[in-house]
Write a protein that binds this ligand. Structure first.
Ligand SMILES: NC(=O)c1ccc[n+]([C@@H]2O[C@H](COP(=O)([O-])OP(=O)(O)OC[C@H]3O[C@@H](n4cnc5c(N)ncnc54)[C@H](OP(=O)(O)O)[C@@H]3O)[C@@H](O)[C@H]2O)c1
Length: 234
């Protein structure tokens, strides 16, 4: 795993963490069912995910993933100690994360990143003040968190390797901005269908195939009943 790379922000070359997107999906590309149910991969894969969490400095998700799944994002399915937990980052424009979310527990540090929408809304501002007692807040000056700016900030906080754990909206924003270096996907031998079920990348999508992000398959192997595919983003 190469550890760092550079991105361009307003003509300035800045540093960013090495970003690995990891996800479990069904054969038909769904990362949850239309109701949000997401027990997809087997126990061997869950161990693999927690080994990866233990390896990285930070782990990032979008606010909807927190609202739907209430994840802890800690290392707890393999033997571990508190210091193995990566720093948790939530991308949350409006500071909607509930105070009782498990991601705010004291098992690890949490960074919540918000946009300028918070300052324009008294209720959000009040809520963010309460959140700031449980987490560090990164305020982006734009109406949606500027992900390049965020990557630079995380790098400055010593996050040199970052695991991206979804969901599909944040995944698309990250890949569109060319901020993902590697994709590791676990494909479970199941099909759930549903046009409202989330896929690995949603967001607005590209209009034409020639805009597609190209990947190179670096590794593939069977793990229990699942298939693991590891791609480099070109
Ligand atoms: N199978 C798996 O491996 C896996 C892993 C993770 C999640 N999931 C599933 O994915 C689903 C959630 O995915 P989702 O697409 O609904 O939501 P998401 O990607 O978790 O969160 C997206 C939200 O993040 C906020 N955001 C702030 N700045 C952003 C930016 N620059 N780019 C993109 N988003 C930004 C936006 O909400 P605001 O504007 O309100 O801030 C946006 O709607 C859940 O069902 C979860 O279970 C599955």
């Amino acid at each position: 795993m190469s550890e760092t790379n550079e991105i361009q922000l307003n003509m300035m070359i800045i540093m960013k963490p090495y970003v690995i997107l990891n996800a479990a999906m069904t054969l038909d590309g769904k990362i949850a069912t239309k109701t949000g149910s997401l027990e997809i991969s087997g126990k061997e894969d869950l161990k693999r995910v927690h080994e990866l969490r233990k390896e990285v400095d930070g782990i990032m998700v979008g606010i909807n993933t927190v609202l739907v799944d209430d994840p802890r994002l800690t290392v707890h399915k393999i033997p571990s100690i508190k210091s193995d937990n990566p720093i948790r980052i939530v991308v949350d424009n409006q500071g909607r994360i509930p105070l009782k979310s498990r991601i705010l527990n004291d098992d690890a540090q949490t960074i919540i990143t918000t946009s300028n929408k918070v300052k324009k809304d008294k209720k959000s501002l009040e809520h963010c003040k309460k959140l700031s007692k449980k987490a560090n807040i990164f305020h982006s000056k734009e109406s949606s968190v500027n992900l390049k700016e965020l990557m630079n900030y995380l790098y400055s906080k010593n996050i040199k390797t970052l695991m991206l754990e979804g969901g599909s909206t944040l995944n698309f924003s990250m890949i569109k901005e060319n901020l993902i270096d590697e994709i590791r996907v676990c494909i479970a031998p199941i099909v759930v269908g549903g046009k409202y079920a989330k896929t690995l990348f949603d967001g607005e999508g590209f209009d034409f195939m020639n805009e597609a992000i190209n990947l190179e398959l670096k590794n593939s192997y069977q793990l229990g009943k699942d298939l693991i595919l590891e791609y480099k983003v070109l």
